[in-house]
Design a protein around this ligand. Sequence first.
Ligand code: GLA
Ligand code: ZN
Length: 667
Amino acid sequence: MIPRVTGFLHGGDYNPDQWLDRPDILEKDIELMHAAHVNCVSVGIFSWALLEPEEGRYDFKWLDEVIDRLYKGGIYVILATPSGARPAWMAQQHEEVLRVNGQHQRMHFGHRHNHCLTSPYYREKVRQMNTALAQRYADHPAVIMWHLSNEYSGQCHCPLCQQAFRDWLKEKYGTLENLNKKWWTTFWSHRYTDWAQVEAPSPMTDTSNLSMLVDWQRFTSWQCKTFIDNERESVQSVTPKLPCTANLMERFWDYDYFSLAESMDIVSWDSYPEWHNADNVAEAADFAMNHDIMRSLKKQPFLLMESTPSQVNWKPHNKLKRPGMHLLSSLQAVAHGSDSVQYFQWRKGRGGVEMFHGAVVGHDGTGDTRVFRDVTQVGMALEKLQSAVWQKPIKPEVCILFDWENRWAIDFAQTGQMGNMRYFDTVNMHYRALWEKGVSVDFCDMRACTDLSGYKLVIAPMLFMLRNGMEDKLHAYVENGGALVMTYFSGVVDEYNLAYLGETPHGLTDVLGIKTLELDALYPGQGNALVTENGRYEIGELCELIAPQGAKVLGTYESDFYAGDAAFTHHAFGKGQSWYIAAKLSQEGLNAIYGDVIKQLNLAVALQTKLPAGVVTTRRGECIFVQNYTDQAQRVTLDGAYTNLLNDEALQGTCTIAPFGVWVLKK
Ligand code: GLA
Ligand code: ZN
C-alpha cells in the first residue's frame, strides 16, 4: 500500500515547528524515537502560518531541515497539507475563507477546521501550497505518504455554499418542477417558484423538509469530497507515486465516509475510546466496530493515524489508561486491520489547549516515564508481529449493511423515538453479538455492495431508507442461498426520503414472509419482552407490529394489546432464508439469536471455545488476538497448542490472561 514502507508504522503527530528556537529538541526527539521503537511521524499538519508567512512568500527552509534530520535519523515522514488551519493574514484579507454558521453569522479568525469548503480562493491557495510542497518533498526518501488536511468536518452556509448547493440541485433534479415533486413541497406551502428561493436547511431557514435535509447532507459530503479531490490532484499531479490519506473520525456523521474513501488511497482514522468508564467491554465493542468500518471503507488494511498514549485533553474526564490498556487497545486496532499504531502526539507543546494532552514525551522531556515505557512496549510488539500480521487480510463471512444516507434519514425522521432512534447503537448491538463470539464482520453501504454472494450472512439493521435498488440486491441474495437478518423500521422510504406506497418493507415482503403494520414507541422505563421456545428477552424503545405472510413465528410479544403477536420470524425463500426482528431487543436477546444463527450457518469463529465474559478473540491472517477487557485475570481454555507471538510463550489447555491482557496466538 505504501511503496517505501516494509512494516508497521509506529509514531505519531509531531510538531517540531513549535520548537524552532530549540534545535536540541529535534535531536533529542530522534534519539527518543529510537528508544521508543518509533519509526514514523506526521509533520506539517498545522504549519501554514510558517510555510507561507505572508501571501505568496513561501518559507520551506525549516521544514527542509526537519525532514532531512528525520531521514538521517531513520524516521519516516507522513507529510501533511496544511489546509486544516489557515494563517491570520488570509482570514484578514480574504473573508470568504471563513465559514458561515447555521445562524448565518460569519466566523472570525481562530480555531481550526473551519474554512468554507466552496471558496474558490481557498481552494486555489490550497492547490498552490500543495503543489509547492509536492515539488519540494514528494521525492524525498523520508516522505512516504500525504496526510491531506486534518479531520475534515462541518458545513458552511455562506452565499458561495448556498449557490453551490443550488447548482448541485439543478444538476440532480433538472427542473424546479421535479425538485418540488421529489421534495414534496406542497406540504406547508413550500413550493419554490425560483431557484434563488432555495436555501440550505438551518435554524434560520427550514428544517421541516426531510428530503431537503438529506440532500443537504449529500451535498456537503460531496462538496468535501471535491475539496479532497482538489488537494489530492494537486499533490499527485506532481508525482502520483505517493499515496494519500485523510484522517477520519469515529461515529462520524457529517460526511459519507464510503464516498470520501474513494478519494484517498489509504484510509486512516483517529481513535479515542473512553476506557475505564462505565463498561470497558461495551467500549471495546464500539471501537472494534469503528475499526472494522474503517477497514471496510476500502476493504483493505487501514492506518490508525491517531490515538492517545495516555489521556486526552478534551473529554470532561481525562482519565489515564490503566496498566495494560495501551498495548491492548493498540493491538485491538491491529487485530481489526490496522497496519500502524500512531499517536497524537509525540511531544507535548508548552502552550495551547493541547499542552496537557497525552504525549509520548511529556514536559520533562525524557523517556523515563510510564507512558514512554508503554509506548516502547507497543513498538516492540509491532516488530514481533511484523511477519505474521502486517498487511494480512481479514476475510469475514458476515456483512452488516451500514449506510450513511440511511443514518441521516433515520435521524431526521419524526416518528418513533424522536431524534433518538439510535441507528448507530443498534448496528453496534448486532455487531457486538458476533464480535463477542469471535466472528469477523465487514461493513458495506447500499451503493458499494454490488455483490453480496460471497457472504454467508447479511445483516441489515433498521434499513429505513432503501436506496439504489437495494431491495433487488437483497432479493437476489436470499433467492440464491443467502441468509438475511432484518429488523423493524426497514424499507420505509426511497432515496428521496419519500414514503414507499404499498406493503413494507418495500420489495422484501416475499423474502421476509411478513409485512409491517404499525410502529409503537415506548416511554423510557417501559418494556415488553420477546418470548421464544428458548427464553424470554427484554424489549424496549420500539415495537413494530407485523403480520406474518408465510414466515414461521419464532417469538411473540409478551404483553400489551399485541401480546402473543409475532415479534421474531424466520422464512425460507428461494435457496436461502431470512429472519425478521420486529422490536428493539436487549443485547442478551440478540446474543441468543445470533448464537443460533452462527451455529446454523456454521460461521467461522476465531477460537472454538467458550470465553469468559469480557474476553474476546479476533482473527487476522493466521493469528488470533485474545483480548481481556476486564480488570481481572481470566482463565481461557484454548482449543489447541499455540505460541503467543508477543513473548514466544507456548500456550495450551487452560491458561491465565492478565487483567487488560492480550495474546497474539499462532498455531
Ligand atoms: C484530533 C486532531 C488532533 C488533536 C487530537 C487530540 O484527533 O486531529 O489534531 O487535536 O484530536 O485528541
Ligand atoms: Zn461557504
